[in-house]
Design a protein around this ligand. Structure first.
Ligand SMILES: Nc1ncnc2c1ncn2[C@@H]1O[C@H](COP(=O)(O)OP(=O)(O)O)[C@@H](O)[C@H]1O
Ligand SMILES: [Mg+2]
Length: 240
């Protein structure tokens, strides 16, 4: 079964569901028989545990990976303040560089079939002066998956993000609709609009209040698995 060496997960906003969907994607790919690693290379809002800053997002992704990977392998830049990383980096006296993240991706790609990389914030969240999350995705040369946290206002955020991804030159492997507002008016109309406007496969529609396992069952991996056998393809069809 063939798959890209990794995917870069971005989203329409902080709280769109990047970590949740990334965890579900790792789970689903693992169940499809792939060795899956993860990175949360830049994280703010980290907690100090035994003297080390630990990212809650990295911990959630770590719970799903199926290769020997330590939490420390997952995050190259961890900051305590829950603010944009470019601001958190200043008092920490750190400049975010892509080389250590590229090296971490290479190291994980050696032991995994694919590496799921969660961005931070949205696609144009700043990482430094005139350096953005988009630049990290380009530096890692990974196809992008966009998580649309569907609520009022998300259509604009989603379409701006998709347009900016296209401008970056990175392929959009697909998008996931995460139903953040269970009572959203005209929900189906919003879903149809996204599917119509975005020229990439919809990899799944995730209900609100789902577990990671349930969300994994809602993902359609077929377009990510390029040379799967028919039986493997059947196993990767969404069940919701
Ligand atoms: N479909 C969903 N069902 C249940 N909980 C969800 C869902 N989507 C997101 N969440 C929860 O909402 C919160 C924000 O999602 P998260 O994945 O952390 O967003 P992001 O990584 O984009 O900032 C988390 O507590 C997450 O577990
Ligand atoms: Mg997150």
């Amino acid at each position: 079964m063939k798959i890209a060496r990794g995917y870069f997960l971005t989203g329409t906003d902080t709280g769109a569901g990047k970590t949740f969907v990334a965890a579900a994607l790792i789970h689903a790919l693992g169940r499809a028989g792939l060795r899956v690693a993860a990175l949360k290379p830049i994280a703010s809002g980290c907690r100090r545990e035994a003297g080390v800053l630990v990212s809650g997002d990295a911990r959630r992704l770590h719970a799903e990976v199926n290769v020997p990977q330590s939490l420390a392998d997952m995050t190259q830049y961890a900051f305590a303040p829950a603010v944009s990383p470019h601001l958190a980096a200043v008092p920490a006296g750190v400049r975010i560089r892509f080389a250590p993240i590229r090296a971490a991706l290479r190291a994980q790609a050696r032991q995994a079939d694919t590496v799921i990389v969660e961005g931070v914030g949205g696609w144009l969240a700043p990482l430094g002066r005139k350096v953005f999350v988009a630049d990290l995705a380009v530096a890692l040369r990974l196809p992008v998956i966009c998580v649309v946290g569907l609520r009022l206002g998300a259509l604009n955020h989603a379409l701006l993000t998709v347009r900016s991804i296209a401008e970056s030159g990175m392929p959009l492997a697909g998008f996931v609709i995460n139903l953040r507002d269970p009572r959203m008016a005209y929900r189906q109309g919003n879903i149809d609009t996204l599917k119509d406007a975005i020229d990439a496969p919809c990899l799944g529609i995730i209900p609100a209040g789902a577990t990671v396992r349930r969300a994994a069952a809602c993902l359609d991996l077929q377009s990510l698995l390029t040379t799967a056998t028919r039986r493997q393809r059947a196993a990767t069809k969404p069940s919701c």
